[in-house]
Design a protein around this ligand. Structure first.
Ligand SMILES: Cc1ncc(COP(=O)(O)O)c(C=O)c1O
Length: 383
């Protein structure tokens, strides 16, 4: 059997990783400012993380949700404390799409309505409702198409008001910072407006924190910058530092009923051990402070460099918009300088490093991108 070919691949295979570094099968060392797409939150193979998963694996790796799993309770308490939402309730699943799927469904259970507001350039995942609320027709199959999703311009308060006036809205789903959409920050007043309109109309405010959450911006949820609480926070990526786990943090006003949500693998023993290790390291190493410190430093230094059209973001979620003629920079960073970065179309370099990245690692990247930018438009190196 061969693989179902759904991704264009870089010709690199990684064999070893530690902190913000990875090594390929030829022993080449790379700096990882991509974190496998915002997943590596506490650094690759963090010793505490490895030990906690290893210890758990020797005890019990999995049992179903038909029994008590005290690790889930421990995780809920810890997440409540670290995220500052202690009175919220946790439902565990396995991915970001699944978290959003459950959030949208729960909102509809709560108010009995169908209409969802999502935003242009949004990405919420690839499963049925999550992909229907994603603004990319190329990944929406005919079976996913629904009239229940209304797409509005991002950060447009008047359009939001109008949509609420014309429809019975079940929920509004929004990334605090659009990731796939090119690192676009939701304004504080826009998030406050969502809160106010949801309150006035008994609709549910869903904060998609899958990419912008888990401390990446210097606050636990990037939506926190607006000073208002969402009704449901969805999360995944950084939650398990690579171990597949997702979850939704649910406001107390939404009451559970047996069987309204469910999962086989969600919240299994191993996933909880991984997620607990992540939160313990985030707390012990004060990683939110580091995310803000190194993120501010990176953005300040990047803004001094030539050719860059715009530097956007918060903390360690940074977008560097380049002109079309500089579209080889990302490739050169990887194949000439051995630095992994992310991208967003049409020409944005995305930085999504581990939250414990050091200034030394940030400087390696700054020096490399400076060299590339000073070279001006050149052809891409072909590894
Ligand atoms: C904002 C956002 N929501 C949801 C998802 C989907 O997450 P997953 O790939 O874990 O299903 C992603 C993935 O990139 C994302 O960036």
């Amino acid at each position: 059997m061969k693989l179902f070919d759904v991704y264009p691949l870089n010709n690199i295979s990684i064999e070893r990783a530690a902190g913000s570094y990875v090594w390929d099968d030829k022993g080449e060392k790379y700096v990882d400012l991509y974190g496998g797409h915002a997943v590596i939150s506490i650094g690759h193979t963090h010793p505490h993380y490895v030990k906690r998963i290893e210890d758990q694996l020797h005890r019990v790796g999995f049992y179903s949700n038909s029994i008590k799993i005290p690790l889930q309770v421990e995780l809920a308490e810890k997440l409540g404390k670290v995220s500052g939402k202690e009175d919220y309730q946790l439902f565990l699943c396995n991915s970001g799409a699944e978290a959003n799927e459950n959030a949208l469904k729960l909102a509809s259970f709560y108010n009995g309505r169908k209409k969802i507001i999502a935003f242009q350039k949004a990405f919420h995942g690839r499963t049925s409702l999550a992909v229907a609320a994603t603004d990319n027709p190329n990944i929406v199959a005919p079976v996913n198409e629904t009239e229940n999703v209304i797409f509005l311009p991002f950060n447009d308060e008047a359009a939001l008001e109008e949509a609420f006036a014309k429809n019975e809205i079940s929920s509004v789903i929004i990334e605090g910072i659009q990731g796939v959409g090119g690192i676009r920050v939701a304004t504080e007043s826009f998030l406050q407006k969502i809160r106010a309109l949801c309150d006035a109309n008994n609709a549910i405010y869903i904060a998609d924190s899958v990419q912008c959450g888990y401390g990446r911006t210097g606050k636990f949820y990037s939506h926190d910058f607006a000073g208002v609480d969402a009704d449901i926070y969805t999360m995944a990526k950084g939650m398990g530092n690579g171990f597949p786990i997702g979850g939704i943090s649910i406001a107390p006003k939404i009451q559970p009923k047996h069987f309204m949500l469910g999962t086989t693998f969600g919240g299994n023993h191993l996933a909880c051990a991984a997620a607990l290790a992540v939160l313990e390291v985030i707390e012990q190493e004060d990683l939110l402070t580091n995310a803000k410190k190194i993120g501010d430093y990176l953005m300040e230094e990047l803004r001094k460099l030539p050719h860059i059209l715009e530097v956007r973001g918060r903390g360690l979620m940074i977008g560097i918009e380049l002109p079309e003629e500089m579209n080889m920079v990302k490739k050169n960073l990887l194949f000439k300088h051995r630095i992994f970065t992310g991208e967003a179309k049409p020409n944005v370099i995305r930085l999504l490093p581990a939250l414990n990245i050091t200034k030394t690692e940030a400087d390696i990247f700054l020096q490399a991108i400076k060299t590339e930018l000073l070279n001006g438009p050149t052809s891409a190196s072909d590894q």
